[in-house]
Design a protein around this ligand. Sequence first.
Ligand code: GLC
Ligand code: CA
Length: 565
Amino acid sequence: MKKKWWHDKVAYQIYPKSFLDTNGDGIGDLRGIISKLDYLKELGIDIIWLSPIYKSPFVDQGYDISDYYSIAEEFGTMEEFDELIAEAKKRDMYIVMDLVVNHCSDQHEWFQKALADPDGEYADYFYFKKGKDGREPSNYRSYFGGNVWEKVPGTDKYYLHMFAKEQPDLNWENPKVRQEIYDMVNWWLAKGLGGFRIDAIINIKKDVNLPTCEPDGPDGLANGVKMVEAAQGIGGLLEELKHETFEKWDAFTVAEVFNMREDELKEFIGEDGHFSTMFDFSAHELTWGGHGWYDSKPIVFKEWREVLFASQKKLQNVGFAANILENHDEPRGASRYLPKYAQNEAGKKMLATTSILLRGIPFIYQGQEIGMTNCRRNDISEYDDISTLDQYQVALDAGCSKEEALRCCYENSRDNARTPMHWSDAKNAGFSEGTPWISLNPNYAEINVAEQEKREDSVLSYYKKLIALRKNPKYCETFTYGNFAPAYEMYEDILAYDRISEETGERIRVVANYGQSAVALDLEEMKDNCEVLLSNVEKEGEAAREIKEKGLLTLKSCETAVIRL
Ligand code: GLC
Ligand code: CA
């Protein structure tokens, strides 16, 4: 395998709006990010992914871009952005932007021109289609609810939007659109970006001619993803994108891909794949309900372990996955993956360990490193996210009570991860001097950076140790390229695996007890050569003694250890 510069890196996602506000307008900004680069460096971060910071009406929090060449005023200026890139570079860090090119904002100049002349050149930048019998061309549902087709005012045409109606889909079949996109991508890469996180990219190829089909909900619509699944030939588009842009700059790319076809994995992230890597969403997909958040499913440990392992085994023969526990679209990992009894500091450290030492590129989401949690709201009016508002209604329409609908938002809402970062226990968690754009999780008094920085045994201090271990030149080869092999699968509650270097033969075992009672793991055969590299309860010495004397390692509930065999 050809080694790439990003193989051994650790990434961190910033949600700029909620990271740090330095001018008191309640909105996080580029100055705030610049001022925290040292914090991130100390944590061990190499690559920083910024959720969109382009000019936008923020209907979908910046994932609706009205000008691809401008920084949103809310976040700062282009000069500040250039400064961010330069400051990151000084620290050997890379900035990765979000590339949102399946759709733009309805306020984008292209769409405005298309509306002004629905038969003109710009209408072809989008999907404009005649209606059928005075109705939409078909009955597919957009991801945020409602028909994917929206009327073009004053005409008998409709335009397509897979997401909100303010996010019209760009027509990738039009070579002019593709060229506009390539020019823009190259313009940003020329500034010295490390690469891009590529939004919703699987949607760029779709079959807009699918006929009306059997509805799957009370709204008379059918899941719009069918239009994506029916499409063939996305590979050609993705290869062209790569050749025209990323490849020229040796850029790092991480794609957001759901509903991946297994036989296409190699094409996507193999040695010469379309992308460097893509997020492994297999665990998240476990929670999906058939109809919406109201019928989503809780994580069952054994199923989770099974898909995690299956995914690791499958991917290691192909390329590198990007491993995440949470992001700006998902609930907090500590609230989702940890059983109630494990929702404490030991549990959070355990979850971090088993995730970050997997094979792949670890992505940490802001606040994860201090163990931030989901946030309870008392009323739907306290939510901002467009998808949460839709899913709340979907739940009510399906017959849920208000309480039940709110509970499913508590468990699934994208706003769980979008509450402001907890820097300290000061006013607004030190996030802003003004009024934050979205209210905080009240638990910032207990969970915050300042408090955890003071404490050796905090979640934050542990994350630093864990990342340092992964990057330690002694073990880096094994943690980066080593194969993955499950261990102790016969135990109901143990999540354990080995990372084995083909190059050096080194074997490092990661063990964790997600159950409630203690388990003694057999290490008899290796007892004379074990070295305990890390323990989340700081008993490296004690554990090493137990292994040496008894050939066993006893893990209490929520205990985890990393052992070189
Ligand atoms: C991706 C983003 C999400 C956004 C959607 C539309 O899934 O992660 O936040 O709403 O694409 O751009
Ligand atoms: Ca601000």
